[in-house]
Structures are given as structure tokens and as C-alpha cells.
Design a binder for this molecule. Structure first.
Ligand SMILES: Cc1cc2nc3c(=O)[nH]c(=O)nc-3n(C[C@H](O)[C@H](O)[C@H](O)COP(=O)(O)OP(=O)(O)OC[C@H]3O[C@@H](n4cnc5c(N)ncnc54)[C@H](O)[C@@H]3O)c2cc1C
Length: 442
């Protein structure tokens, strides 16, 4: 085939050059050059054609780490990543941004810094998927084809599901660590509170980092103590859930923290409405449906979340809207050339960057085996972790599997509040994130 293509190129080039050449020597020289160039072009084209095209949707924690790992491991892949944003955020730092430990700028880096040479970055958003045709459509209508697809667009925050929230967020004492646009207002609010009621909510939907809604509360409570106003502030955790944490071992430890710090709790109540001007939050009792009003001076809202709409409406979604994948292999349950990890996936564990660190190597091993026509025993156990910051000098490092069984890294009881674990959260994990995970080392 290549010989035939070479012959055609040389023949075409010869006949074209015949018209250009002044004499026989020129004719041969030109023909030789153009013929070689033509052959090179064919070889490059053929090489591209033979490379498997892997397209990754989303360059967040999951998409970027997978792309970088694939790029590092296999030069024989044609890698494309689709990501509209020009900035990458390390969201776990927002707990400490809201707590006044770091400025927001510490959590962001230009997206281009993570795009290695040879990887195509399409700076657009995906709109729809046509998995039967191995194709997806961008919001601008252009289509992108693939041999293999990794879907990692994260979770969607449904701000509009709480009446009055968007109108008042970032003012009237209503804050959240879940948005880069207002996270710094959390610190302003807790720092300036002189008395009254500080409420911290948890919604009735899956969320990213289920520990974050209480971490901000512990930092706020510490701030009130530091500012000598603690005796004038009631601190209350109002949650749609049934308890402070899902994993028994850490739940018991956190209940002690709450008792020790004099924090009140109200479970089974979901935030449905905020009247920012009058500083009243309305919660719905899960069981009775009754509405309960709570006055506030500071209200930290953890908003409801769900799978991104374009995933929910796609053939890739399960009934709940998440990308429908096998919980051990990360492979799609219907389309064998599609994979998903991270917050948008149906993997039934807590949605955290730490979970992505456990999921990434499995996805890569499974995907590469599939590309090579092989199988692998590498499976995901459901490992997830949550550094539960309880103050600016203490942290409980929760680590557990799909069944809520602790999977601790260190040879000591991680349910105990420790300064070392706080340093891990503040210094070591961010360092590893930027310098290892985002470079493709899980
Ligand atoms: C306040 C807070 C505290 C947290 N604390 C912790 C913690 O302590 N530990 C921990 O491990 N995790 C924590 N997390 C959770 C962690 O940040 C997420 O679980 C993690 O970022 C999930 O990675 P992801 O790639 O699935 O999603 P993301 O990192 O959110 O990335 C999704 C990417 O997809 C892109 N995208 C969206 N739509 C499209 C589209 N249509 N087309 C193409 N691209 C698209 C987005 O622009 C984004 O870049 C915290 C999160 C928050 C907000």
C-alpha cells in the first residue's frame, strides 16, 4: 500500500515538476525533494490513522490526571481533551480559602500549563453524545469523533433549586465555599460576625466532598472563639441527612467534636428558601414536609447538586443521571469504549479528588488493556478519603472503601484529631496535587 502511494506521489510530482523545471538536473532535484516530502506526509497521516484516538471530556481533577497519565505512559495514542475553561482550580483548597488561611489565587493555575505538546486541547464545551457513531457534538455544533472516550465533566451545582439563593449569595451574610466567585466572602462573613446565629447547611442530594459543609463550620467556630465572640454566637448544623458523617468510625469521633465545641444540630431538614434581606432560612422536614424557619446572621449554604444536564439528557446516563459505569472497572455498562470517573460518574462512593486518585489508575489500566485487546484484573475498591479539618491546627483523616470500611494509610488511629493531619491537608496534599497528580502520577 505504502509503495503504491509512494509511486503515485512520485508520478504526480514528476509530471507537475516537469512543467516547472528549467532543465533535466532541476527536474530530478525538485522531484526528489517533493517526492520525499510527499512520502513523509503519507507516513505521518498513516501514523495518525493507526494511532487510537482517545478523547477526554473535562480537564478537572479526573480528566487532567487521566490525560497526563496516558500521555506519560503511551506515545502511541492520539489524545484530545475538551475543556472550555482557561483556568484549573484545586477545589479542596476552598475550605481553607473560606477559612481565611489562603487567598483564592493559591487554588488556581492556567489550564494551558497542564497541556503537554502533542495533546490537542479543544477549548469548547460538549453538548451531546452519539455513542453509536463514536462521536460527540460540541456546543458550537462541531463534531468530534473518537475510538475511546473518557467522560469527566464533574458535578453540576443547582443554585436555582433553593428559592432566593442566587439573589442573596455573597451578601446579607449568605456565603458558600462551593463557588470560586464568592468563597472569599465566607471568610469576610465569619471574621466580621459579632453575635447572633451561624447556620451551616447540607442538602438532600449527593454533593462533592461531603465533609466540606462541616469543615467550614469548625473553622468558623474557631474564628468566633479567637475573636472572643463565641459566647454571643449560636453555631448550628442543619442537614437533610440523618447524621454528621456516613462512616461509623469517623461519625463517632465527629459527634464528640460537635459536643465539645457546643455546636447544635438539626438533622432531616433540607434548605428550600432564603430571605436574605430579613435573614430567614426555611427548611423542609424530610418526613412531615413541614416548613421550619430559622433566623440567621451567617448562613453557609451547601447547594444541591446533580449530574450535569448534558450528561443527564445523554444516552450515557443511568436513571439518576450519572455516567453509567461498572463500579469496579469504570467502563460504561453499555458502550465498551467509554469510561468515566470523578464526580460525574455513577461510581457509588463519595465524590472527592481523593477518590479520583484511586479511580484514575484503574481507568487507565482498563482503558489501555481494552485498546490493546487484552483484559486486566485491576479493579477499584471504592477507596475515598476526606480530611475533616476541625480547626486551623487539627484534622481527622477519614479514609474508607465502598462499604464504609476504614482503609487508613497511617499506623495510628486516624479518627483522632491531629496537627500532623492538618499539615497534610494544608501543605502536603496540595503539593502532591500540583506536582504529582496533575502531572499524571496518581
Ligand atoms: C469546597 C470544596 C471542598 C472540597 N474538599 C475536598 C477535599 O478535602 N478532598 C477531596 O479529595 N476533594 C474535595 N473536594 C472535591 C473535589 O474537588 C472534586 O471531587 C473533584 O474536583 C472532582 O473531579 P472531577 O474531575 O470529577 O470534576 P472537576 O474537578 O469539577 O472538573 C470538571 C471539569 O469538567 C469541565 N466541564 C464541565 N462541563 C463540561 C462540558 N460540557 N464539556 C467539557 N468540559 C466540561 C469543567 O470546566 C471542569 O474543568 C472539594 C470540593 C469543594 C467544592
Amino acid at each position: 500500500m505504502v509503495i503504491w502511494e509512494l509511486f503515485s506521489i512520485l508520478t504526480l510530482t514528476f509530471s507537475f515538476n516537469y512543467k516547472l523545471a528549467y532543465n533535466c538536473t532541476d527536474f530530478l532535484e525538485l522531484s526528489w525533494q517533493k517526492g520525499c516530502n510527499g512520502l513523509l506526509l503519507i507516513l505521518i497521516k498513516k501514523d495518525r490513522h493507526m494511532k487510537k484516538k482517545v478523547v477526554i471530556v473535562g480537564a478537572g481533577t479526573a480528566g487532567l490526571s487521566v490525560m497526563r497519565n496516558l500521555h506519560r505512559k503511551r506515545k502511541d495514542l492520539d489524545l484530545t481533551i475538551i475543556e472550555p475553561s482557561d483556568t484549573h482550580y484545586y477545589q479542596p483548597l476552598w475550605t481553607l480559602v473560606g477559612g481565611g488561611v489562603f487567598p483564592l489565587s493559591k487554588s488556581r493555575r492556567p489550564m494551558k500549563d497542564f497541556m503537554p505538546q502533542g495533546v490537542t486541547w479543544i477549548q469548547k464545551a460538549v453538548a451531546t453524545f452519539q455513542p453509536e457513531q463514536n462521536e460527540l457534538t460540541l456546543q458550537d455544533g462541531n463534531k468530534v469523533s473518537y475510538d475511546f472516550l473518557v467522560v469527566a465533566p464533574g458535578i453540576q451545582i443547582d443554585w436555582n433549586k433553593i428559592e432566593g439563593l442566587t439573589e442573596t449569595l455573597g451578601k446579607n451574610g449568605v456565603c458558600t465555599n462551593y463557588s470560586k466567585d464568592v468563597v472569599e466572602y465566607t471568610w469576610q462573613t465569619m471574621k466580621n460576625l459579632k453575635g447572633g446565629r451561624a447556620l451551616f447547611t447540607f442538602p438532600n442530594t449527593p454533593i462533592k466532598c461531603a465533609g466540606a459543609p462541616q469543615k467550614v463550620m469548625y473553622l468558623a467556630e474557631e474564628t468566633f472563639r479567637n475573636n472572643k465572640v463565641r459566647d454571643k454566637v449560636e453555631v448550628k448544623f442543619v442537614s437533610a441527612g440523618g447524621g454528621i458523617f456516613g462512616v461509623a468510625k469517623y461519625k463517632a469521633a465527629l459527634e464528640k467534636v460537635i459536643a465539645k465545641r457546643g455546636i447544635n444540630t438539626l438533622y432531616g431538614h433540607n434548605l428550600v428558601k432564603i430571605d436574605g434581606l430579613n435573614k430567614v432560612a426555611t427548611f423542609k422536614n424530610n418526613e412531615t414536609g413541614d416548613l421550619v424557619e430559622e433566623a440567621f446572621d451567617m448562613l453557609h449554604v451547601t447547594p444541591p447538586m446533580s449530574a450535569p444536564d448534558f450528561i443527564k439528557q445523554s444516552p450515557l446516563a443511568n436513571e439518576a443521571g450519572w455516567v453509567d459505569v461498572n463500579k469496579f472497572t469504570t467502563q460504561h455498562n453499555k458502550f465498551s469504549n467509554i469510561y468515566s470517573i470523578g464526580d460525574a460518574s455513577s461510581l457509588p462512593n463519595s465524590k472527592t479528588g481523593a477518590a479520583v486518585r484511586g479511580q484514575g489508575p484503574v481507568l487507565v489500566a482498563q482503558l489501555l488493556a481494552n485498546i490493546d485487546g487484552k483484559t486486566t484484573d485491576v479493579k477499584y475498591t471504592g477507596y475515598a478519603s476526606c480530611p475533616l479539618v476541625t480547626s486551623r491546627s487539627s484534622c481527622i483523616l477519614a479514609e474508607f472503601d465502598y462499604d464504609g470500611k476504614p482503609m487508613e494509610t497511617f499506623p495510628f488511629n486516624q479518627a483522632k484529631e491531629r496537627y500532623s493531619m492538618y499539615l497534610l491537608k494544608k501543605m502536603f496534599i496540595p503539593f502532591m496535587y500540583w506536582h504529582a497528580m496533575m502531572k499524571g502520577y496518581f
